[in-house]
Design a protein around this ligand. Sequence first.
Ligand code: HEM
Length: 530
Amino acid sequence: MAGHRHDAKDQQLEHDRTDSTEPLTTDTGVRVEDTDNSLRAGARGPTLLEDFHTREKITHFDHERIPERVVHARGAGAYGRFTPYEGLGDLTAAHFLSSSDVTTPVFVRFSTVAGSRGSADTPRDVRGFAVKFYTEQGNYDLVGNNMPVFFIQDGIKFPDFVHALKPQPHNEIPQAQSAHDTLWDFVGMQPETMHMMMWLMSDRAIPRSYRMMQGFGVHTFRFVNAEGRGTFVKFHWKPLLGTHSLVWDEAQRVQGKDPDFNRRDLWDSIERGEHPEWELGVQLVDEADEHAFDFDLLDPTKLVPEEQVPVRPIGRLVLDRNPDNFFAETEQVAFHTANVVPGIDFTNDPLLQARNFSYLDTQLLRLGGPNFQQIPVNRPVAPVSNNQRDGFAQHRVHRGGTSYAQNSLGGGCPVTAGEGVFRHYTERVAGEKIRERSASFGDHYSQATLFYNSLADWEREHLLEAFRFELGKCEELSVRQKVVAHLNHVDHGLAVEVAEGVGVAAPDTEETPNHGRSSPALSQDNSATG
Ligand code: HEM
């Protein structure tokens, strides 16, 4: 493992590492001299209940598995570091972005979304790109994907979407993420998926290497500076090796020959000392320009075109150390969009709001209770002190007779104000309590068209082939027809060619410009600032 730095996280982990070369003992530290023969009544008799070593060994083995992640179950991770190019104090109070002298340890996990933990690396799928920054002000997680938009606009649809995406419940087919009837049916029923489906049918969905993959925070987040001024921000990771994909035929062959293709590539490159690097960039939008776009900044199915708001490079991420233990680190790492630090805050994007509930909720189950932040890979390097107590797998020995605030007896953790505390951004919110989406989320096709128009001829060809291959797998012809009708809103020529490839009627008329929809935001000033 060439040349990684012993940063604060690495030093912290040193206390948890075990080399397992000492003589064999039980879990209670009792030396054992035979681990091949159970204790029996006579050489050919039954095993005795009092054989604590056999019982413990088998019991522990029986309990080795934990639930895999409900999505993004298959992944690979690595440690590294992040350094900003310059201080961003005018924009954010986040200490890890305050100066080019501050280097922050990170753990990154890349993943596929749909497959189970043992699935292959190279199916057509979205890739997760989750980064945990162990900052001096606490952990900050940027839990992103390799595509800048998402399938749905509201997290309440996520369980439906994932049920449609995952293998079907009666026979668990198909295992490899290849679009199938339920996914295409969902797409047909939910036109908001169309922009993301264009990305999913593009070469972006079969990255050649995790080292050659972009990452995006997807949502619009908010930077908040020390004076409390907010600025909308979109996050981008750009790989220094460039963005490269497999071609579909290659991806399928690789899947058969080496299901660990991406995982192995990441591991081997780090072992060779070829440390993958990404540049972090931000798109910044003044609060005054919140409504300056022909889409809603809170809509996660939209990106902010770089022509309108250029990406400003702000720092560099290097991955330089492989984990010591896959389960302990890559499997037990717990990312969460709500893990923010002072200077970074949320917006009212309804997908983000749901995510802020979902991750902690699922991790309470997946990692066995409320103390999973004490697991070495999750533990902050920032000091943790609070009045949280007890629970399964509590590893801390809290001393003292008081565990509440405020108290006048001494002990416990007092609440203090002052520099470095997290303050939620003061946003004025008013509205009626309604189950309704803003009309500004209504245009589902324009950016899908924008994406299609941005592709080179050969990229369009790959995308067409992907639509034909994947939609052609959908047995229900009415579903194929419905998807073609949506595609006709994106590009007439594409819709006709897909229809011909999947054996349904081609639409004979082109959809009207702007797709016959009017978004309220379209009437507003279209100037953007960056
Ligand atoms: C896991 C990204 C939407 C729920 C993940 C992971 C990533 C990710 C990268 C893997 C984390 C890891 O490596 O451990 C995204 C992005 C989204 C999105 C970019 C949209 C912009 C959602 C939504 C929900 C959700 C809407 C739920 C309402 C989950 C859950 C996990 C997960 C439950 C498993 C977490 C765990 O078990 O530790 N997501 N996700 N995600 N995501 Fe999302």
